[in-house]
Ligand binder design. Sequence first.
Ligand SMILES: NC(=O)c1ccc[n+]([C@@H]2O[C@H](COP(=O)([O-])OP(=O)(O)OC[C@H]3O[C@@H](n4cnc5c(N)ncnc54)[C@H](OP(=O)(O)O)[C@@H]3O)[C@@H](O)[C@H]2O)c1
Length: 295
Amino acid sequence: MDAENTLLQPGAPSGLASPVLVLGATSLIGRFLLARLSAAGIEPMALSRRPPSDDICWVDADLGDPDLAKALPQVGTVFSLSPIWLLPRALPALKARGLSRLVAFSSTSRFTKQDSPEASERAVAKALADAEAEVEAFCAAQGVSWTILRPTLIYVEGRDGNVSRLASLIRRFKVLPLSGAGAGRRQPVHAEDLAIGALEAAQAPAASNRAYDLTGGEILTYRVMAERVFQGLGRRPAILTLPPWLFRGLLTLLKPFYPGATAAMGDRMAQDLTFDDGPARADFGWSPRDFHPRF
Ligand SMILES: NC(=O)c1ccc[n+]([C@@H]2O[C@H](COP(=O)([O-])OP(=O)(O)OC[C@H]3O[C@@H](n4cnc5c(N)ncnc54)[C@H](OP(=O)(O)O)[C@@H]3O)[C@@H](O)[C@H]2O)c1
């Protein structure tokens, strides 16, 4: 660890090197992580292109900026909540500023989208996998302790583009069409649980130099997940089961309301996208909530 870094701040969780910098603080997880760090007696710094809030020490910087080092403060622990493919270019600057502990979010999409029929989705999977490998290699070479966390589908009621988008569609159209039976299994995970998990992982010796898949507390079919969204809105589920070919046509019509919609999304409703969070439970007490969103 760099001499400038203090291992502990008063009241800080043990083992967390300071100062603490949060990349991607305006992400779904950021607000919860900043609050948890503050509650633990740590004053985190936040880096993003937009300010996360008024009362935070904010570094206004772009991770792609070749002059990033000039904007960076001294750091000890870095939580990376921004897309992991931005991290490899930023790592030398972070290391030059004292980085000794890195907890970086990636995504289980690196596995679920690697064989997608959509080229753009395969490109995302490759970018995630390549970035993970680069982060691991850099940290191993530079003596930085790293942990990579791969969440499944993240939600925060009213804020995310997955579960909350389903809720918006339900509010608007009253019924929700699904492609086929919607039997593919899912594990939606709340952003607040991910913030707690990141903080725990950063302090757990067993989590050093390892990658984990982080899932929600329950395995549900896509259909049951949709029913829970209806319940969270205080509505009785009204689900329309459509043949996949018809769903694809509907998706084309709905595209103006659902930017980023792809044909592969309907097909995935039949696929299991499940992962094992057992190693995270064992190594840093990962204990996510069941899926009962409230809107
Ligand atoms: N959403 C999901 O369902 C999901 C699922 C699995 C994994 N993940 C991963 O979990 C993490 C958080 O996801 P999220 O959906 O909450 O992320 P998000 O909303 O897309 O936020 C990304 C964050 O990165 C920052 N950022 C993006 N480009 C930047 C740049 N060039 N320079 C500096 N900051 C930049 C953004 O801040 P500004 O725009 O303010 O700069 C924002 O705070 C990400 O690593 C994501 O890949 C997400």
